[in-house]
Ligand binder design. Structure first.
Ligand code: AMP
Length: 393
């Protein structure tokens, strides 16, 4: 992907507005539950500091819906960031160029929650212009916001030259390695709860892939469409015609569809519920399919063996409850063994995928794991992301 990289920008003494994603999860007592998103911004911020840029940070937090909600102020980030960057970080709730006047080279100013202004999510040009007046250059470093045409994440680039930050650069390089410009054969594993949330994604993938493994609750809809009894499993019966259509277009596009071949079923949806492995013909009316069986994991392993690139979104079963995490854990571990032994390119992301990969203990061993939710899914859907489009040459 040919986009504008930070290394090509003249930064010294420049006012650089950086869109970051400090929308971190917090405990009820206000403590941060996971600092990954703050840490993700540090390489870009340190790089800019080293270059002597004046740094102005924009981020949203929560969903204040255009109102000033005190509990959603971004001021809690200020001391944490100061500590991580080992420098003073100022904070302002005013969008005005005057706040940047006294910022030294290498100084950092964090602005208040962008979503306190209703014009942010509306993609308002006047707001974007007001932000732009505070800087000379815009750096988009929050891939997780790239699917939104918001004032601070995309529209601002109408008024300033825009560059990808280092986290964005890593994300775009890996995503293009996986889907835009991959080493074939390319396989995807798509799991999760429902087909209805992934229709565009499946339709796009069958056009681009050599094989597509469908798992999790959504596989039940495909199995039901093929005439199998799925008992009282999660299943969108009204989407059976659509599942058949997807399978038809996969055939036309030479994309092999891999569905579960054996199943783990239980009568109750709870941890350590009594369960059994059965074939596709043996699900009883009072049973639920909660995971794929061991033969399916072998089938997936064979498919991974014949692929050079793997994209993964969504768990293969109800992975939060033991033992229905087994196929997700086993298949993910197998993928990692191929990354390590033959250089398989394995990229995962979207929704629950990060927690599923963390649960499998492989989050650091895949080629790349994207922490973006909606943006990752829209990229898999083949959509143009406004926050990426502004960076293209
Ligand atoms: P998604 O957000 O669409 O990626 O879906 C993730 C959720 O799907 C997780 O909470 C899983 O527990 C759930 N899930 C996966 N497989 C099944 C299944 N066979 N039955 C019920 N829920 C499932």
């Amino acid at each position: 992907m040919d986009f504008k990289r930070l290394e090509t920008a003249e930064l010294t003494g420049k006012r650089v507005i950086v869109r970051v994603d400090f929308n971190v999860p917090r405990h009820p007592d206000g403590k941060i539950a996971d600092e990954t998103r703050i840490d993700a911004a540090l390489p870009t911020l340190k790089y800019l500091k080293d270059k002597g840029a004046k740094i102005i940070l924009l981020s949203h937090f929560g969903r204040p819906k255009g109102a000033r909600v005190p509990e959603m102020s971004l001021d809690f980030i200020q001391p944490i960031l100061a500590d991580k960057l080992a420098c003073d970080v100022s904070f302002s709730d005013k969008i005005e160029a005057a706040s940047v006047e006294h910022l030294p080279d290498g100084g950092v100013l964090l602005l208040e929650n962008t979503r306190f202004d209703a014009r942010e999510t509306a993609g308002d040009e006047e707001l974007a212009k007001a932000y732009a007046a505070m800087g000379d250059i815009f750096v988009q470093d929050a891939f997780s916001t790239a699917h939104r045409a918001h004032a601070s994440s995309a529209v601002i680039a109408k008024f300033l030259p825009a560059y990808a930050g280092l986290a964005m650069e890593r994300e775009l390089d890996h995503l293009s390695l996986a889907l835009d410009n991959p080493k074939a054969p390319v396989m995807a594993v798509v799991g999760g709860a429902k087909v209805s949330t992934k229709i565009d994604l499946l339709n796009n993938l069958v056009k681009k892939l050599d094989r597509l493994a469908i798992g999790g609750g959504m596989a039940n809809t495909f199995l039901a469409a093929l005439g199998h009894n799925v008992g009282k499993s999660l299943c969108e019966h009204d989407l059976k015609p659509l599942a058949l259509e997807i399978m038809e277009s996969a055939k036309a596009e030479n994309c092999e569809i891999i569905l579960p071949f054996d199943l783990v079923v239980a009568k109750t949806f709870k941890a350590h519920a009594e369960s059994r492995v059965c074939d596709l013909e043996s699900v009883k009316p009072d049973e639920m399919i909660l995971d794929a069986g061991p033969e399916t994991v072998n089938l997936l392993a064979d498919a991974i063996d014949s692929s050079n690139t793997l994209i993964w979104n969504g768990p293969l079963g109800a992975f939060e409850i033991t033992p229905f995490d087994t196929s997700t854990v086993e298949a993910a571990k197998y993928a990692v063994s191929r990354v390590q032994s033959v250089g398989l390119v394995a990229v995962a992301g979207g929704g629950d995928t990060v927690s599923a990969m963390k649960h499998a203990g492989v989050a650091n061993d895949l080629t790349f794991i994207s922490t973006a939710g909606g943006a990752f899914l829209e990229w898999m859907e083949g959509k143009t992301l406004p926050g990426v489009e502004i960076l293209l040459k």
